[in-house]
Write a protein of this length. Structure first.
Lengths: 254, 387
């Protein structure tokens, strides 16, 4: 069985994340780049399948700048077998449409039974990419799972909705996305760290992936989040509840 | 020759252990310290990460790394929890290493896989009431009788001897008398492997220690404890010499532990000095505090360079005895000095057991005592000067 995990390199959520005001893009110098914690859980899910069946092949795939190779190496040291790195300066600032088209092209011929991604990334939070890739590849998508059971022929799982839980399943090939409810990723061991260097990573440019479309959206302006200002203080002189209700109503919150 | 940059693998290991220390070890450290309990969950995860197998061959379940990799891991753990760091240090360098270094093929196959996996721990039974730095004062005896070693005596301060996963102690014992070249006689000291379930071998109640409270330390007693003759570890009569060589490299690991502790104190105190405000400004803006922190940083740096240098000589196969003693001396003192300064910077909060600096204050004192006291290190260094 072959599983491809989509990982994403993102700024560490434990640090300050800022945008470059000139380009409107992420300031990659401002914080450490790490594997997105939800995609790390996706990787852990794939590796746990491999723990049970050593013949399982786990591939990690990402699109990102040169530094993203560090995240691929980390995934390899945790136990993935190989990596796919879509690396092209022309893709800097790629929007969702182009990113989905590029990744779909990179994944199309992998021969994977199962693709696993995070339901959304901790930086962009669009939460659209897996569905767009599924559309490109014509694959069923089991999105935002809270539990999954991966067997040799099919994948099933539960998806939490506002009304309850849905049981979903699909035959391979399929795409699933996982949420933060999945197990945290393992730490690599030293043998894995030493071995990661010898594992193959294929680097693909946009040209090698054919026509993947043009970046059609652009960021006009970015601004810092305004500093927090002091809120109104209500001293309880017997009618604080009424004042609170009035306040919430004035903001159209109730 | 002058290259102090860590290669990619060492760096990645160091980074991985740092993340593990912060995310997994630190949150439960204060609890285990307060309850005097052994952190089994943390140890199990360290086992899965391969930390207990770092310097050992893959053949026995090791990671195929080296002793310096182990030292780096110990340093990172010690920043947040010296008890966890010493459990790893003692487990690898005192528990498994003697078997790896001096054991027969059968002994290695029997014991190393579980010790490398961290699912079992072995203790190193050297210290006795009358024998510590002076290991020649060993009074425990092992007598060969009908193809068995029969041990009698007791040991003190034996790390990792009484946990639920402690399965073995490597004990030094007097096995006879030997005649030196000059005709004088001396005790013949050998090393015997004593499994935990050996009748007559008792692990006594754990000590109530000032520091390293989540590390497991017990006195041991042997009363006609009987093990097969093949449990002799290494050559008969070489027990003392073998132990000394184990202690030499152990000093590098302890120096790494001291460096980590000193670094942990510096990190805590620096962050506190930047945020704690008195008389309208952060206390770190006062030179009385900032100079203290500068000195602490210098101690950390010197300790780290000292243990890197000792490890470099060791890995190059050169004599590293003096460098290891210097590293142990410098790092042990750096940990204690930094713990004292960090506690002072924290003021009253530094005297509260729940703070990390208070724990470092209690934990660091042993670094001037264990694995060769400061005085023993000075003795070794003085000897290298021909004194």
């Amino acid at each position: 069985m072959k599983i491809v995990v989509l990982i994403k390199q993102v700024p560490d959520t434990a640090e300050e994340r800022i945008l470059d005001p000139a380009t409107g893009r992420l300031d990659r110098e401002a914080s450490d780049a790490v594997i997105d914690e939800i995609t790390e859980r996706a990787l852990e899910l794939a590796l746990s399948v491999k723990d049970g069946d050593k013949s399982t092949e786990v591939v990690v795939a990402t699109m990102g700048p040169k530094e993203a190779l560090k995240s691929i190496r980390k995934a390899l040291s945790m136990g993935a077998d190989s990596g796919i790195h879509v690396l092209d300066d022309g893709l800097a600032g790629a929007d969702l449409v182009v990113t989905a088209s590029v990744l779909a092209a990179a994944l199309r011929d992998t021969g994977a039974d199962l693709f696993i991604a995070g339901n959304e990334s901790t930086d962009g939070r669009a939460g659209m990419l897996p569905a767009m890739i599924a559309e490109h590849l014509g694959l069923p998508l089991l999105g935002s799972l809270v539990a999954a059971d991966i067997s040799a022929q099919s994948v099933s799982g539960q998806r939490a909705t506002e009304a309850g839980t849905q049981d979903v399943s699909a035959a391979y090939p399929a795409i699933v996305t996982v949420t933060e409810r999945f197990a945290e990723a393992r730490f690599p061991n030293f043998k894995g760290i030493l071995g990661a260097k010898r594992k193959p990573v294929s680097t693909l440019s946009a040209a090698e992936l054919g026509d993947t479309g043009q970046i059609s959206s652009s960021v006009l302006e970015v601004s810092q989040r305004p500093p927090r200002t002091a809120g109104a203080k209500i001293t309880d002189d017997g009618n604080a509840a009424a004042q609170l209700v009035d306040f919430l109503a004035s903001r159209r919150l109730i | 020759m002058i290259n102090l940059e860590l290669n990619e693998e060492y760096l990645e290991l160091k980074q991985t252990v740092r993340e593990f220390a912060v995310e997994v070890v630190a949150p439960v450290s204060a609890k285990h310290d307060a309850e005097h309990s052994f952190p089994y969950g943390v140890m199990a995860q360290m086992g899965e990460m391969g930390l207990f197998g770092l310097p050992f061959d893959e053949e026995y379940g090791g990671m195929g790394g080296d002793y310096f990799a182990l030292a780096l891991a110990i340093e990172e753990l010690a920043r947040v929890d010296q008890s966890v760091a010493i459990t790893l240090e003692a487990g690898v360098s005192l528990g498994a290493m003697p078997i790896h270094r001096f054991g027969t093929q059968a002994q290695k196959e029997r014991w190393l896989p579980a010790l490398c996996a961290g699912t079992e721990l072995a203790g190193f039974g050297l210290t006795e009431t009358g024998a510590g730095s002076d290991a020649g004062g060993t009074a425990t005896t092992a007598t060969l009788r009908d193809g068995n070693w029969v041990l009698n005596g007791s040991k003190e301060f034996i790390t990792n001897s009484g946990t639920e996963i402690s399965t073995l102690v490597t004990a030094t014992a007097v096995t006879g008398t030997k005649t030196r070249a000059d005709g004088s006689t001396a005790k013949e000291i050998s090393t015997i492997l004593v499994p935990r379930d050996t009748p007559g071998y008792t692990v006594e109640k754990a000590y109530d220690k000032v520091g390293w409270r989540a590390s497991d330390t017990h006195p041991l007693r042997f009363e006609d404890a009987t093990v097969p003759e093949e449990n002799l570890l290494g050559e008969r009569g070489r027990g003392y010499a073998n132990f000394l060589s184990i202690l030499d490299e152990g000093r590098i690991a302890i120096a790494a532990l001291g460096t980590g502790a000193a670094q942990g104190c510096l990190d805590e105190a620096t962050a506190y000095a930047k945020t704690r405000v008195t008389f309208g400004k952060a206390i770190g803006e006062n030179q009385g505090i900032s100079f203290k922190l500068a000195r602490m940083a210098a101690r950390v740096h010197a300790s780290r360079l000292a243990y890197y240098a000792a490890a470099a000589k060791m890995l190059a196969g050169k004599d590293f005895k003096t460098e290891a003693a210097i590293a142990k001396l410098v790092a042990g003192e750096a940990a204690m000095d930094n713990a004292r300064d960090a506690t002072q910077i924290f003021g009253g909060y530094g005297f509260m057991n729940e703070t990390l600096v208070a724990r470092h204050y209690r934990d660091s004192k042993i670094l001037e005592i264990g694995e060769g006291t400061t005085e023993v290190q000075l003795l070794l260094i003085a000897r290298s000067l021909g004194l």
